[in-house]
Design a protein around this ligand. Structure first.
Ligand SMILES: Nc1nc2c(ncn2[C@@H]2O[C@H](COP(=O)(O)OP(=O)(O)OP(=O)(O)O)[C@@H](O)[C@H]2O)c(=O)[nH]1
Ligand SMILES: [Mg+2]
Length: 195
């Protein structure tokens, strides 16, 4: 697959405006502050591609990025306590529309490697199963754990989400860890789409 320098395409907050393309679309999902935008920047090797923030809830829109052979959609995070009920409902409606109408090659579902998955993480993965969407789990911020703790923590996360340990890719946006494995999962999903 040809990988060209990644480029921002558009931001949308409305189902009418979901980006339509012939390229495979891959969504990046996860709770607020888990590191979705940072992961996209790591994959694109450009720290200015997607806006990251220490403040959770930074990405409120769906942001699309062109990676040449595919398009990544940076989804607004879930589980951010400080948003109003209306905002949560708006988020839920937008996500339902997104998963119902945007054709996806893969969902990259992120969890924080330091913690057991939250109830919202479990809901997200359950939703992916229910919709029979192809997905891969990425455990972010692996640089924050000691090396010895990575594998035991991956096992706990895999068990909680009822997937095999091979289905959880450890990553670190800081260190560039997991980049090759994530690209391999993307390539596989794109190939499956064409088969
Ligand atoms: N140490 C470390 N910090 C990370 C990593 N990935 C993200 N962060 C930090 O975590 C914070 C949140 O990262 P973002 O990429 O903005 O998270 P997000 O999931 O896009 O958040 P929202 O857009 O608010 O949903 C920032 O302070 C990042 O620098 C990582 O792999 N290692
Ligand atoms: Mg973000």
């Amino acid at each position: 697959m040809k990988i060209t320098p990644a480029k921002f395409i558009t931001s949308v907050n409305d189902a009418d405006k979901f980006y339509r393309t012939d390229k495979p679309v891959i969504a990046v999902a996860g709770k607020s502050n888990v590191g979705k935008s940072s992961l996209i920047n790591m994959l694109g090797q450009n720290k200015k591609l997607a806006r990251t923030s220490d403040t959770p809830g930074r990405t409120r829109l769906i942001n699309y990025f062109d990676f040449g052979g595919f398009v990544l959609a940076d989804l607004p995070g879930y589980g951010y306590a400080k948003v109003s009920r209306e905002e949560k409902e708006r988020w839920g409606a937008l996500m339902d529309e997104f998963f119902a109408t945007q054709e996806l090659a893969l969902v990259i579902s992120l969890v924080d490697i330091r913690h057991l998955p939250t109830a919202d993480d479990e809901t997200m993965v359950g939703y992916l199963y229910a919709r029979a969407l192809p997905f891969v789990l990425v455990a972010t911020k692996a640089d924050k754990l000691s090396r010895a703790n990575v594998k035991p923590q991956l096992m706990k996360i895999a068990a909680a989400l009822k997937v095999g340990i091979g289905d959880v890719i450890p990553s670190s946006a800081e260190k560039g860890l997991g980049r090759a494995e994530i690209f391999a999962a993307i390539e596989k999903s794109v190939a499956a789409l064409k088969a």
